[in-house]
Design a protein. Structure first.
Length: 664
């Protein structure tokens, strides 16, 4: 049989959707993988073993406080030197900093803040939305008064309280009109005016209600003075300052606070250009409110000045409940039915006179998954959870457009539940978008370099467990892992670490044993001073005893299985394609960097040489590893790269020789 040489120079397409198996005509096909499990795609094109995770803390797994009743990871950046990951469970908030749990919160002796007084129950955590400014985190949910969480003078000082608003906007849920007896005289035709009635018609409850006049004039009452006198702000000027005759003016009532325990509370929140914005509520799901500039808890429009409170409602031909809002190039509004934005002309700020919302696209967003913002645009999961989209401004159309990021890898989204973004901090990293799947507990990871149009997805799995939540504290990725330990589900807070090669791991210095009680009865990898030892089953007591004491360092944790499978070989010959023909991979030349272990088609690639001391760490190798003697003919001719030991691996590319029939 004839032999042909082919090369895969990069893996920048990542894992390709099985529905694209026949699309050998796509440029992305030649750079794709059929499977990319527990690997991360690099901006230069290679793939490397994913980081392991550090075990940090256990969460409650019984009674109403169980993490099984709901969890939420929320980032909190207090300053350039102090940032935290907050973990909410039923009526509790745990605090983590630098991959370590903060204990003795407020001197209580507990490692958590009690949030039972503000209603952050486990059942509500899936749909909370939050925003932060300086030392204050604001958390909203449609069933509870917005919550203010404040970091005090130390890492262990935190308070949680319901926000007390200076003023709440009003809405006429049941409007009523009446024609009081007597005349009404405005002190001015516009602006702030005093309205004087000839008879006692006003009460303290008149504040927030309206007066309408004929032939023209409408004013909102803002202050009660007496039964015959109130102060008001005109929304439409009066004709003049003469007394308005009986029957030519009316009192419009029925306005009440738009947020309350009866009417519901805001569903989404963000800060934008000096205002605090709330989006949607139970009774007003399509309305967005902005505070006065610099007065974050004052939402009552008064004089209509540029810094006054603002309000707008999405009036469209479909139902659009606001789910999330975010401050970007413009104020962006995401609903169950579409994507909107508040346009701003040049550098002009938002004012009551120019505050309106425009429709951009109609996809809808999945509730409970916060949108994430890249430099190129805003990423969100579509309403049904079947697609990952990017909402971006285009200079050619002068508007926002939505495009599918997950078009080539939609199969990796299996009932997505949480999403977080880790921005790159080095030239060998892409931005990482991490999405947990509640269907099977996997994590879909999109390695993004949008400037080069690189979207390289892969999948993270963890042994005997699932990823429940994910969050990013600046550059540290935290996750909540649900693990089946000795027949019982446990919930652990863990953090990804590039220096780790195992999951839920513990590390240390010179010792003879380590307690691994959190993974009792599980099989763990043991690494002593960089040298991989035989796997051990953790005893019921939890103590793992090493075959020898570690001299400088150790790592013990759950194994990670790495697997990358190339797409079926696509040989384009003059006689046609080779689909369906028997093929054999005769030779593989793997280009690797800083690699200690590799298997190709189940054959282990040698990295040690004669003379190497066997109880020392394997040297990292950079170069080309050649593998001969690969047996077996198949119709697809795929190459499978695997790792089943905790050692480093970076695969840059593959050159391989294929034997197949050349004729027709």
């Amino acid at each position: 049989m004839a032999r042909f040489v082919s090369i895969q120079t990069n893996f920048s397409t990542g894992e390709l959707d099985p529905l694209l198996r026949a699309r050998v005509d796509l440029a992305a096909y030649s750079n794709a993988l059929e499977e990319a499990t527990n690997v991360v795609c690099q901006p230069q094109g290679g793939i490397r073993r994913r980081p392991g995770t550090k075990y940090i803390a256990s969460l409650p797994n019984s009674s109403t406080e169980s993490a099984g009743n709901g969890t939420r990871l929320v980032e909190f950046e207090f300053s350039t030197s102090d940032s935290y990951m907050l973990c909410f469970t039923h009526n509790r908030m745990y605090v983590f900093k630098n991959k370590t749990q903060i204990t003795n919160i407020n001197g209580s002796g507990n490692p958590y803040l009690d949030t039972s007084g503000v209603g952050l129950t486990g059942a509500r955590l899936a749909n909370i939305v939050w925003t932060q400014s300086a030392d204050t985190l604001i958390v909203v949910h449609p069933d509870i008064n917005p919550v203010k969480i404040v970091r005090g003078g130390t890492d262990a000082t935190w308070t949680a309280s319901a926000i007390t608003f200076d003023s709440i906007p009003k809405y006429a849920f049941t409007a009523a009109f009446s024609n009081p007896a007597g005349t009404l005289t405005p002190s001015a035709v516009s602006g702030k005016v005093t309205l004087t009635a000839s008879s006692s018609v006003f009460t303290s409850g008149s504040v927030g209600q309206y007066v309408n006049a004929s032939p023209q004039g409408r004013a909102k009452i803002v202050k009660y003075t007496s039964g015959t006198s109130v102060d008001a702000i005109t929304e439409f000027p009066f004709f003049n300052t003469s007394a308005i005759a009986n029957g030519s003016w009316e009192y419009e009532s029925g306005y009440e606070a738009v947020w309350s325990s009866g009417k519901g509370w805001p569903r989404s929140v963000t800060f934008h250009e000096g205002r605090l914005y709330f989006g949607g509520s139970k009774s007003r799901p399509s309305t967005i409110w902005g505070s006065k500039v610099g007065l974050f808890f004052d939402f009552d429009p008064t004089e209509g000045l540029d810094d006054d409170a603002v309000e707008a409602t999405l009036d469209t031909n479909t139902f659009n409940a606001i789910v999330d809002i975010i401050s970007g190039r413009d104020l962006q509004v995401f609903t169950t039915g579409g994507e909107f934005y508040v346009p701003q002309n040049g550098l002009d700020p938002i004012t009551p006179t120019n505050f309106f919302v425009k429709t951009a696209s109609r996809n809808g967003i999945k509730e409970g998954i916060r949108v994430q913002q890249l430099e190129s645009g805003t990423l969100f999961v579509q309403r049904q959870g079947k697609a990952l989209n990017e909402f971006a401004y285009t200079d050619t159309q002068l508007t926002y457009v939505t495009q599918k990021i997950s078009l080539l890898a939609g199969h990796l989204l299996r009932t997505p539940s949480r999403m977080a973004l880790r921005r790159s901090v080095a030239t060998d990293e892409n931005d990482l978008l991490l999405i947990t799947n509640s269907d099977d507990g996997t994590m879909a990871v999109f390695s993004l370099l949008r400037a080069q149009n690189v979207i390289a997805p892969s999948e993270f799995t963890t042994v005997d467990g699932s990823f429940v939540d994910v969050g990013v504290d600046i550059s540290t990725i935290y996750t909540i892992a649900k693990r089946n330990v000795n027949g019982t589900f446990q919930y652990y807070v863990e953090a990804f670490d590039n220096d780790l090669l195992t999951d839920s791991s513990k590390t240390g210095g010179a010792v003879a044993s380590v307690s691994m009680s959190h993974v009792a009865t599980e099989t763990v990898n043991v690494i002593l001073d960089g040298s991989v030892q035989a796997d051990q089953a953790v005893p019921g007591g939890g103590t793992v005893t090493f075959p020898r004491s570690s001299a400088t360092k150790y790592e013990v944790g759950l194994p990670i299985t790495v697997r990358a499978v190339t797409m079926p070989v696509d040989l384009k010959l003059q006689t046609g394609t080779r689909i369906g023909f028997k093929k054999r991979i005769v030779e593989v030349n793997a280009l690797v960097a800083n690699t200690q272990h590799l298997k190709i088609n189940t054959i282990q690639v040698p990295f040690r040489a004669f003379g190497d001391i066997l109880d020392e760490a394997v040297d990292e190798y950079t170069g080309t590893k050649t593998l001969h003697g690969i047996l077996g003919y198949t119709t697809e001719g795929k190459i499978t790269v695997e790792q089943d030991v905790p050692l480093k691996m970076t695969l840059l590319g593959l050159e391989y020789k294929v034997a197949t029939h050349q004729g027709t």
